[in-house]
Design a protein around this ligand. Structure first.
Ligand code: OSB
Ligand code: MG
Length: 371
């Protein structure tokens, strides 16, 4: 599948969130996203860069990703043809910046799949037509506020709830959610690396609440710490930030640093590498699930396609558009019996709403060959 790339549009969009989203890495009130549009003789291809506004979750930020795409990454593919599977190799001379690279690869892949009439889900090896929806609940100022938020999400039908935790806001909120909603709720927590191994006895108090998993309790580079912590907890450890590639996934599983993996395409440099992470998990018998990064409908469509692969055995951070946005860039993703439908059209399988795009865009740059 060859894609001719005549020009690439980099477009910043600002989507106000329905409520601030707070985690150990900071708070987001507006999703400032970067869209990548591949322009050529065939249908446009779209990608979404999931870097956050600030480099708090990882080293990337939306400004840095935009600058690197414009000056270094796009010039490596623009003005010629490239197969989607070759994009990562073209970009390999640039270290790091997986989220910027993933967005460009997705845009090329989408253009190619739209031209070929194939869905992203089929291309990746998806086998489901619907995926279970889970919701990530940010840190709240009060327990009452948290319980109200969880009540509303359960009412809407979410099949799994994830609570963000930090030291001082962990065992109490989890106990309160269990007390109010019972033991049948599929519940997990995400620490975004906010703890130290010295917190092991405290984290072991979470074992009383029958959680599906605890996500990224320690720093991203601390695999032996996670392995030691895992021996002291009954609750399975899941890694997010630590898993930067399929090789990293293999290493983490081999060291016993985790039993479960959160797969995010942006974090590992693209959907094709994300599929390889999936394959590592399947080979190791490790449960996997699809993570999220407050994506617009474009990135959400790609995540839902990825989550349709058979190794995604746990519900993902795949929520309806209205969990984050009053207005999305595509027709909104909606819950149906706690699930989202895998798009059936070619490529991402969703169309950009031109009015929404115009209204939410803050800047556009067109990158051409030799420019
Ligand atoms: O750690 O999983 C995370 C959002 C932004 C950055 C990191 C994370 C998250 C989430 C939200 O937890 C997932 C989502 O609903 O998109
Ligand atoms: Mg996480």
């Amino acid at each position: 599948m060859e894609v001719r790339v005549d020009a690439v549009e980099l477009r910043r969009v600002e989507l106000p969130l329905v409520a601030p989203f707070r985690a150990a890495w900071g708070v987001e009130t507006v999703r400032s996203a970067l869209l990548v549009r591949v322009l050529g003789p065939g249908p446009d291809g779209w990608g979404e860069c999931v870097a956050m506004r600030d480099p708090g979750y990882s080293a990337e930020s939306v400004d840095a990703a935009e600058g690197l795409l414009r000056t270094r990454l796009v010039p490596l593919v623009v003005g010629g043809t490239v197969a989607p599977a070759e994009v990562a190799g073209r970009l390999a001379g640039i270290c790091g910046h997986p989220m910027a690279k993933a967005a460009l690869e997705l845009a090329v892949l989408d253009a190619g799949l739209r031209a070929a009439g194939q869905t992203l889900a089929a291309h990746l090896g998806g086998t489901r037509t619907v995926v279970d929806a889970g919701v990530s609940v940010g840190l709240m100022d009060s327990e009452a506020e948290l319980l109200d938020a969880v009540a509303a999400y359960l009412e809407q039908g979410y099949r799994r709830v994830k609570l963000k935790i930090v030291p001082g806001r962990d065992v109490g909120p989890v106990a309160a959610v269990r007390a109010r909603f019972g033991d049948d709720v599929a519940l997990q927590v995400d620490a975004n690396g906010a703890y130290r191994l010295a917190d092991a006895d405290h984290l072991a108090e979470l074992d009383a609440f029958d959680l599906l998993l605890i996500e990224q309790p320690l720093a991203d580079d601390d695999l032996t710490g996670h392995a030691e912590l895992g021996r002291r907890l009954r609750t399975p450890i899941c890694l997010d930030e630590s898993i930067t590639s399929a090789a990293a996934a293999r290493t983490a599983l081999a060291l016993g640093a985790c039993r479960v993996i959160n797969i995010k395409a942006g974090r590992v440099g693209g959907y094709l590498e994300a599929r390889r992470v999936h394959d590592v998990c399947v080979a190791a018998g490790a449960p996997a699930w699809c993570g999220g990064m407050l994506e617009t409908g474009l990135g959400r469509a790609a995540n839902v396609a990825l989550a349709s692969l058979p190794g995604f055995t746990l519900p993902g951070d795949l929520s309806a558009s209205d969990r984050y946005f009053r207005r999305d860039l595509t027709a909104p993703f909606v819950l149906s019996d706690g699930q989202l439908t895998v798009p059936q059209g070619p490529g991402l399988g969703v169309e950009v709403d031109g009015d929404a795009l115009a209204e939410l865009t803050s800047a556009v740059t067109l990158v051409r060959a030799g420019a």
